[in-house]
Write a protein that binds this ligand. Sequence first.
Ligand SMILES: [Zn+2]
Length: 225
Amino acid sequence: MKPSKKNPLVIIILGPQGSGKGTQAKLLQKKFNLEYIGSGDLVRKRQKVNDLTGRKLLEVSAKKGKIIPTFLMSKLWADKFEKLKQKSEFNGFVFDGSPRKLIEATLVEEALNWYEWNKNVKIILIDISRKESIWRLTKRRICKDCGRVLPYMGEFRKLKKCDKCGGELITRTDDTVEGVKERLSWYKTDVMPVVNYYKKQGRLIKINGEQSIENVFKDILKAIR
Ligand SMILES: [Zn+2]
C-alpha cells in the first residue's frame, strides 16, 4: 500500500558506522516522499538556541563520542513528532541512526503508539562486518568546505573533488583505525542491545550491506513491500 497520512510508513534504520545507512535513509525518503529525522540535525538546530541546553549541546558536540542524554533526545523527538502531526501532507518518516540505546528504543515505541504511527513500522538493519566497517571508515572522505561525508563506495571512490560544492576532500583525523575501533565498540555495547530487542520481537529486517548502494536499496525495497 502506498504510504499516506492515513497509513504512514515509519522506517527505523540501524547499522554500524560505515554501513551506508544515511545514504539509504535519504534514498527511502525520496522514494516514498517521507520526512527525514536525523538526531544530528535536531541537535544542531537546538544548539543554536542560547540557553543552558543550547550551550551544553554545543559543548557535547565539540567533544566527540559524548552522547546526548536520553531525556533530552526524547524531548527533541516529541517536539518534532508534534510538528509532523500537524502537517496536512504526511506519508511517514525515516528515522536515521536512532534509537541508539535500549532505553531510547522503548521511548520510541511509546511515542509511535502515542502519535498513532505504529501500524506500518519497518525496522531495518544494514549489516556489515566489523572488518568492512573499519576498512570503509578509515578510507572515507569529507569535504573541507561543506562537510559532506563521502563513503568509500561505488561512484564516490572515484571523486577527486566534492560532488556538491567542488571543495577539497580530506580524511578526518579521528578516522584512524584506533578511533574507528573505539566508535565501533560503542556500537557493540549500546546499539547491539537495540538490534537484539527488535530481533526478539521478530521485527528486524536484516539487509546485507556489503553490496553496492543500488543493490542494498533494491533489497530494502523488496523486504518492506
Ligand atoms: Zn562540498
